[in-house]
Design a protein around this ligand. Structure first.
Ligand code: C5P
Length: 334
């Protein structure tokens, strides 16, 4: 046998031993090495052959996803209320009713039926796929936006979500001027233009009655405080946050911290489930630790932090974790 042939055989034997040893090591350390092997192989082939989970460079869901994220993220819970998703389990209905206890709540199913005679009943945004790249900006109301100059970056997103009283006029350089979705509840309502979607977060049956009234007769003027009896908004663009999704956010993402999630956190979760990339602005304190709003002069205002209803620190930590795991991009301002 020639020297070359002998060397080739030795190299083959060495390679064979290395593969056998590695396989043995895996069987020793992992419960089911074959599963591991196939999972790894399928992930490799996925990244080679598929176009990815969405059409962006990086998507919210990835083939090789983080276990903390996959344990929580559930795309089968639809974020919006439709006739179909308005049907609540007893448990969800009880929980939702408990958020802002009503003495004599109206009949929930009758109210929902009236609601969908005023606003459309449609499944939106469920078009996720390798062709779609929907970029979203969630703009919280933190004072850290002041002087941030994020305006044009925010305006370049496909979906721009603003919350409660958030003004843009006079603050365009820092917060932008476009709004595609404005999240509110009766007590925080503002007028919108014809192109913006109003996303109502209902905390009680009366809130559903309020939106019907505010878009039609204007008869409801009071909830637990005086509220706007009418609101300027395009009826065809009114969306309702689903109580089932609301509870899912509270149970799964906040693990029941606080009494219920803040509007900001609910908006972020909405974006996470309908977008392919999420950029978050205006969350958290400013550089001096103040929790005021960006339009407030008084830095000592801390409307959100000190309500006692939300666990602001827990929400902020989950938000930071999502950023750490590259599920969202956080822009911390100044
Ligand atoms: O104060 P408001 O609830 O209207 O603000 C909307 C959202 O913006 C909050 O729910 C919170 O998530 C976020 N926010 C914040 N830090 C602030 C003010 C608001 O994170 N200083």
């Amino acid at each position: 046998m020639s020297l070359l042939k002998r060397r080739k055989i030795r190299a083959f034997i060495a390679l064979f031993c290395a593969v056998t040893f590695t396989t043995f090591l895996f069987s020793y350390t992992l419960r089911d090495p074959s599963l591991y092997f196939f999972k790894y192989a399928s992930r490799l082939s996925d990244s080679f052959f598929s176009k990815g989970q969405c059409g962006c460079g990086r998507c919210i869901t990835e083939v090789d996803d983080d276990p903390w994220f996959t344990e929580r993220f559930n795309l089968s819970v639809y974020p919006l209320m439709t006739r179909r998703t308005s049907l609540l389990t007893d448990d969800t209905y009880r929980w939702w009713q408990w958020l802002q206890v009503e003495r004599q709540p109206a009949n929930y199913s009758e109210v929902v039926e009236k609601l969908f005679q005023v606003i459309p009943d449609s499944d939106l945004y469920m078009d996720a796929g390798p062709e779609r790249c929907r970029s979203c900006a969630v703009v919280g109301n933190s004072g850290n936006l002041k002087g941030s100059r994020y305006g044009s970056q925010i305006d370049s997103s496909d979906v721009i979500i603003r919350i409660n009283q958030a003004p843009t006029s006079g603050y365009e350089k820092d917060v932008g001027s476009r709004t595609t979705h404005h999240v509110m509840y009766p007590e925080s309502a503002v007028d919108l233009d014809n192109t913006t979607s109003l996303l109502l977060i209902p905390f009680k049956t009366l809130d559903l009655q309020w939106i019907i009234s505010a878009l039609t007769t204007g008869s409801i003027k009071h909830t637990y405080i005086p509220v706007r009896s009418r609101i300027k908004a395009n009826k065809d663009r009114v969306l309702i946050y689903s109580p089932t999704f609301f509870k899912y956010v509270y149970d799964t993402w906040l693990e029941s911290h606080g009494r219920y999630p803040s509007t900001g956190f609910l908006s972020l979760m909405f974006a996470l489930h309908i977008c392919d990339t999420v950029s978050v602005y205006g969350f958290g304190a400013d550089q001096y630790g103040n929790w005021h709003h960006y339009w407030e002069v008084n830095h000592l205002g801390g409307a959100f932090r000190h309500t006692g209803v939300h666990d602001g620190d827990y929400e902020y930590n989950v938000t930071l974790l999502l950023a750490d795991k590259h599920k969202i991009k956080m822009f911390k301002g100044r």
